[in-house]
Design a protein around this ligand. Structure first.
Ligand code: MOS
Length: 766
């Protein structure tokens, strides 16, 4: 998700003098000899997961636990005409059936971007007989076992009084509206006269691109295990926004923030889909009504019906170039589907705002409101599908101009951000291209399509730019506690969704305090801890690092004070010391050093702690900060069946400093794999008459499986960003950006067919 615009609004009144110049956003690591940051440390939570000891939300045991099953509406809009729950209530093991008639009265949840809400939709949850989308929950059945609940859910009989609904994107597009802003950024950006420049350009492309709705398919199904202790609500959840989920739930139930505790120590994949949706609210409401703990784990179908995914888009990209290859006109416009109860307009024009130097620009996004489940953030919302259109058009233009597509991009490389005119904090996209081209063997590509044949297979190569903004949200806090044995505990309500958060933050804290990695523990995943950075917008690492850095500085100051005058450190100021060898030492005199153990013992302290917020993320106000990369694909297209196989893939990234090459490579690869699904197989199919998802299962919605995924090579520049904490920009989402375009461009190189409509299924190639 993106927040620069929101941040700009929040930080508008910060005096310019406070905005950093070349000052880094966090103090540099006071390196000891350990140097954990940058090492390929294996994930610290790996063993727990392999042994099955990591407890996920649906695995938490509770005394007297009830199991929930959901009945979903079968119409997109209207009212419940009749609702008969008698048979379900009489079924074996059923304790309660909750409907709008007996559900507790609740406030509407706040959506992301409004206040501090993190809900996917602001519709009331089970408060009346109104139906807002096909699949909305109309009843929750609580049973002693999951099987009893599931069985009884099938006995609830509902009839509806349907009202006309807008469920067809093609029809809704005709009434597309201006969303006002795209997540805080202007919906329209205009420089010069792009249409005019296009009309007189020496070379031009102008085409329509479309992308389908997509669904979240994290391995771990969305789940909440919930109990009430009097007026205290305890939710074991799978969320990537612990602090926000707790705050939002408190408001829905009319509680004080401290009355809600959300625990989410392990999350089996989030990708933007694990925020606050109706199921956590329903679980808490049902538990309240039943007076017993409740587990509500969505079925795979339930995830499709209740949790939003990526919205469909129709995009126009028109590019006009001069004879010498300069970009005279850049037009990227289009429409995304949305609803009136969320605000997630899918920022597909964002890549075009930052990638290319163009003399005339027109970027415009509209939204079309549908009576559907709210769409939401899904790994690189906007950038993933925006790059499909933009980077496909660049490839098409390069082909027309008979210029190598990498060379064309080199000519368009801007010196400053083309839309904000801010300097780039650090941008080595051309190096990523150059390194990638060598590694991938780009020179072997024949620019004329259809030249390389291996039996039935036509083989082609394609390239595209990857791009994702750097974000750091304000407000993350961290607490550090150092004990007399030299153990350090880092605490923040952060998230481990498999990215390696705990590992990287332990590496970081160990370096800050000059400790061996084994002496550092990282505590996260609990809203009782200091408010953490959310795991969204590829921003958690930067946000957490800044908070830990601030707390470490404060801790070192306290320890230095405790050392006092009897220490070898006596008389030293904070600026004179470095943390090393399990204690503090003089920065230039290796003989002056005292261990933490010795300092704390002498001061008769068992523990010394510090809690701080990270600095305000002002770096992103002054600089244009983006992770970028070059994606290279080689595909084979079967000339008989039209089947596309990705044969080789390389991602070459410029994301600042890589803090842990092992977990980072995994993040990049995961993004690329999701991009292969976006390119070739994934598509949520809606019945346009009823707005009902027709393929709500992994059997019919095809995510890439092992046989679809070739060897994926990843390399990176590893050039630290001087403005980012630890020099690191985000890496969680960029892997999916540019991937679909690289594959589509490779398909063109193989076959001469330009597919502008995702996914690239075989029917489109025959
Ligand atoms: Mo991401 S779509 O911000 O989890």
């Amino acid at each position: 998700m993106t927040v620069t615009g929101i941040l700009r609004t929040v930080l508008r009144h910060v005096p310019d003098a406070l905005v950093p110049g070349t000052r880094p956003a966090s103090p540099p690591v006071r390196h000891g000899q350990h140097g954990h940051v940058g090492e390929p440390v294996s994930r610290l939570d790996g063993a727990l997961k392999v042994r099955g000891e990591a407890r996920f939300a649906a695995e938490v045991a509770m005394e007297g636990l009830l199991h929930a099953a959901i009945v979903h509406s079968t119409i997109p809009r209207g009212r419940i005409a009749a609702l008969d729950t008698a048979a379900a209530e009489a079924a074996p093991g059923v304790v309660l059936v909750m409907t709008h008639r007996n559900a507790p009265r609740l406030k509407r949840p706040e959506i992301f971007g409004k206040g501090d809400g993190v809900a996917g939709s602001n519709l009331p949850v089970m408060q009346d007989d109104t139906i807002h989308w096909n699949g909305e929950a109309v009843a929750v059945v609580l049973g002693e076992t999951q099987e009893q609940a599931d069985h009884a859910a099938g006995l609830v009989s509902v009839s509806y009084k349907a009202e006309p609904a807008v469920t067809d994107f093609a029809a809704a597009r005709k009434r597309a509206r201006d969303p006002g802003s795209i997540l805080g950024e202007p919906a329209v950006i205009e420089t010069g006269n792009a249409e005019k420049a296009l009309a007189v350009a020496d070379h031009r492309v102008d085409a329509t691109w479309s992308t389908p709705p997509l669904n979240h398919n994290a391995i771990e199904l969305h789940a909440a295990t919930v109990r009430w202790e009097g007026q205290q609500l305890i939710v074991h959840d799978a969320t990537q926004m612990i602090t926000g989920t707790a705050g939002s739930l408190a408001k829905v139930f009319g509680l004080k923030p401290e009355q809600v505790r959300v625990l989410s120590p392990f999350v089996g994949g989030g990708f933007g889909g694990k925020s606050l949706w109706s199921h956590q609210i329903l679980a808490a409401a049902a538990a309240k009504l039943a007076g017993r703990p409740v587990r509500l784990m969505l079925s795979r179908e339930g995830v499709y019906r209740l949790v939003g995914g990526r919205t469909p888009t129709v995009q126009r990209v028109a590019l006009g170039a001069t004879r010498d290859g300069r970009l005279a006109a850049l037009i990227h416009t289009g429409v995304a589907a949305m609803t009136t109860h969320n605000n997630c307009p899918e920022q597909f024009t964002f890549p075009a705002r930052h990638l290319y130097a163009a003399s005339n620009v027109r970027l415009e996004q509209k939204v079309a409101d549908l009576d559907m489940l709210a769409n939401t953030f899904m790994r690189a919302p906007g950038e993933s599908i925006g790059t499909f259109a933009l980077e496909g058009a660049v490839d098409e233009l390069a082909h027309k101009m008979k210029i190598d597509p990498i060379e064309l991009r080199r000519r368009w490389e801007p010196e400053r951000d083309p839309s904000s005119h801010a300097p780039f904090s650090s941008r080595h996209l051309l190096k990523a291209y150059a390194d990638g081209a060598v590694r991938f063997g780009w020179e072997l590509r024949d620019p004329t399509p259809g030249q390389r044949r291996e039996g039935e297979w036509l083989v082609g190569m394609g390239v595209a730019t990857a791009t994702y903004p750097y974000y750091r949200m304000p407000g993350a806090k961290a607490r550090l506690r150092l004990d007399a044995q030299g153990g350090l505990k880092v605490s923040t309500a952060g998230h481990e969704m498999g990215m390696g958060t705990a590992t990287v933050q332990a590496q970081h804290a160990a370096d800050r305090l000059g400790l061996p990695l084994e002496q550092v523990s990282f505590e996260y995943g609990d809203s009782l801890l200091p408010a953490g950075a959310m795991a969204g917008g590829s921003s958690q690492t930067a946000g957490t690092v800044a908070a830990v850095a601030a707390a470490a500085e404060s801790l070192v100051r306290k320890v230095l004070k405790l050392a006092g005058n009897d220490s070898p450190l006596a008389g030293l100021k904070f600026a004179d010391v470095v943390a090393r060898d399990g204690g503090l030492g003089h920065a230039r005199d290796p003989s002056r050093h005292e261990s933490y153990t010795s300092i704390l013992k002498r001061a008769r302290r068992d523990v010394v702690g510090a809690e701080e917020s990270g600095s305000l993320p002002l770096e992103q106000m002054k600089y244009s900060m983006h992770s970028t990369g070059a994606q290279f694909a080689e595909v084979g297209v079967n000339s008989v069946t039209g089947e596309v196989r990705v044969r080789r893939f390389l991602g070459s990234f410029d994301c600042g400093r890589i803090l842990n090459p092992k977990t980072a490579a995994s993040q990049f690869r995961g993004g690329i794999i999701m991009g292969i699904g976006l390119a070739l197989t994934e598509e949520t199919l809606f019945d346009p008459r009823s707005g009902r998802v027709m393929n709500p299962s992994l059997a019919e919605y095809h995510v890439p499986v092992h046989l679809d995924v070739p060897e994926i090579d990843v390399i990176w520049t590893d050039l630290p960003d001087p403005q980012a904490p630890l020099g690191a920009r985000g890496i969680g989402e960029i892997g999916i950006t540019g991937t679909a375009a690289a594959i589509a461009n490779a398909v063109f190189n193989a076959t001469g067919k330009r597919v502008r409509d995702l996914p690239i299924t075989l029917d489109k190639l025959l």
